[in-house]
Design a protein around this ligand. Structure first.
Ligand SMILES: [Zn+2]
Length: 415
């Protein structure tokens, strides 16, 4: 397994070098053809590059921490210490180890997080004071703490109850948690950070009639169209579709409603209706369940291989001392999952873009909307194909503009 870890580490270094330093000059030419000027291209690239470097620093420190915790023997020592003090209760011991990891991770991440906040301020992207940034950071950490505690207890409960088929039950449990999260997060988690107001009750209520007309023409049972006060945090503009069952809703950023024309807003809303029409949240959860079955099956094999072997110090599958090895394997799993998940996500986004063009029928507004979004969000409009493959959840701005132009050409009546 150590060889496997070494190879995985080398793979990460290779990904870093390839996605960060290998240029792709064609992208610049394509961005110019899509209507971006040299200054916007360069500035957006610089902003994205600096943030990507901070991402790599953060992910490599997380990797180093997990390798240290899993290989140095501390997991065994801490687990034994906790087990003695909590009458051999493996759940309490696992929670203690999980908490120790989150605290160490926080110590490593905090300086990077502060740097990211300063960087956003420098580039005019953040509207948060340091105190409010810190408050939001700790609220998010609190939410993570609760979520991780549920996962850790659930994981060891299933391992203890079904030692042979735990990976299958784990996947079922994970998809149940996914549904619960999708349903509950718009009601209980999102309001911890922002205020959500029905469109008709905001200063943007003049859009209500057009928006409702679009929804009627789409024949979709959309209940809530909410406006979020995203300008409290930053100048990013966006819209998204969220929730599950009765908590499904479309959310528009107030920044979006301020910066875009009526036709652009309609086009962006039609894109969100596309996610609704194609049932992307349900499809996403189904795909994630399949991925969880496969991922947990691999985790089962690797954990069994580590039990009773040095340097892992794990006595059985459900020994809490194995938690850091589980986290380390999950860390690598996330790197394998990332390009696959992004591939699926880009496919969903293309479907939503097609629906947007069909529903709103305004390719010009679609194109100008994309240009304004890229400018206000300082999106990198010249990503390399290998960057897109690994990191992009959306097709590039250039690809989306090209797609709208092709749609416009296809719809032109023949001469
Ligand atoms: Zn989308």
């Amino acid at each position: 397994m150590k060889t496997l870890l070494g190879l995985a580490g080398l793979f990460l270094v290779a990904l870093f070098v390839v996605t960060t330093f290998i240029p792709y000059p064609t992208a610049r030419q394509q961005a110019i053809e899509a209507g971006f000027d040299a200054e916007t291209i360069d500035q957006n690239f610089q902003y994205a590059f600096e943030r990507r470097i901070s991402f790599w620093i953060s992910t490599s420190s997380e990797f180093a921490l997990l390798v240290f915790l899993a290989l140095s023997g501390v997991a065994r020592r801490w687990a034994d210490w906790l087990l003695v003090r909590c009458k051999q209760n493996r759940y309490v011991a696992a929670l203690g180890l999980g908490l120790a990891y989150l605290l160490l991770h926080e110590i490593l991440y905090l300086p990077i997080g502060i740097w990211r906040w300063c960087h956003s301020c420098e580039w005019g992207m953040s509207n948060l004071t340091f105190a409010s940034w810190l408050r939001e950071h700790y609220v998010a950490l609190g939410v993570t703490l609760v979520g991780q505690a549920v996962l850790v207890v659930g994981f060891y409960a299933i391992l203890a109850r079904f030692p042979r088929s735990w990976w299958l039950w784990g996947a079922v449990g994970a998809s149940g948690l996914g549904v619960a999260y999708a349903f509950l997060s718009p009601i209980f988690i999102d309001p911890l950070f922002n205020t959500f107001t029905p469109l008709a009750e905001t200063e943007f209520r003049r859009h209500e009639l057009r928006v409702r007309a679009l929804i009627v023409s789409a024949r979709m049972p959309v209940g809530d169209i909410l406006v979020v006060d995203a300008s409290r945090q930053s100048n990013h503009s966006n819209a998204y579709f969220t929730g599950f069952g009765s908590s499904r809703r479309i959310v528009l950023y107030d920044t979006l409603l301020r910066k875009h024309t009526d036709a652009e807003i309609e086009s962006i809303l039609a894109h969100e209706l596309g996610h609704w029409r194609h049932d992307h949240i349900v499809n996403g959860i189904l795909l994630a369940t399949l991925a969880a079955i496969f991922g947990l099956c691999v985790l089962d094999r690797l954990l069994r291989a580590a039990v009773g072997r040095e340097p892992w110090g794990i006595k059985s599958l459900s020994d809490p001392a194995g938690l850091y090895l589980v986290l380390l394997i999950a860390y690598f799993g996330s790197w394998i999952e990332m390009p696959i998940q992004n591939f699926v996500s880009r496919h969903f986004e293309r479907q939503a873009d097609q629906t947007s063009l069909e529903l709103a029928g305004q390719p010009e507004a679609f194109i100008s909307g994309e240009r304004v979004l890229a400018a206000t969000n300082k999106s990198n409009v010249t990503p390399t194909p290998w960057n897109v493959w690994l990191f992009s959840s959306h097709p590039t701005t250039v690809e989306r503009i090209r797609m709208a132009k092709e749609w416009r050409e296809a719809k032109k009546p023949p001469p």
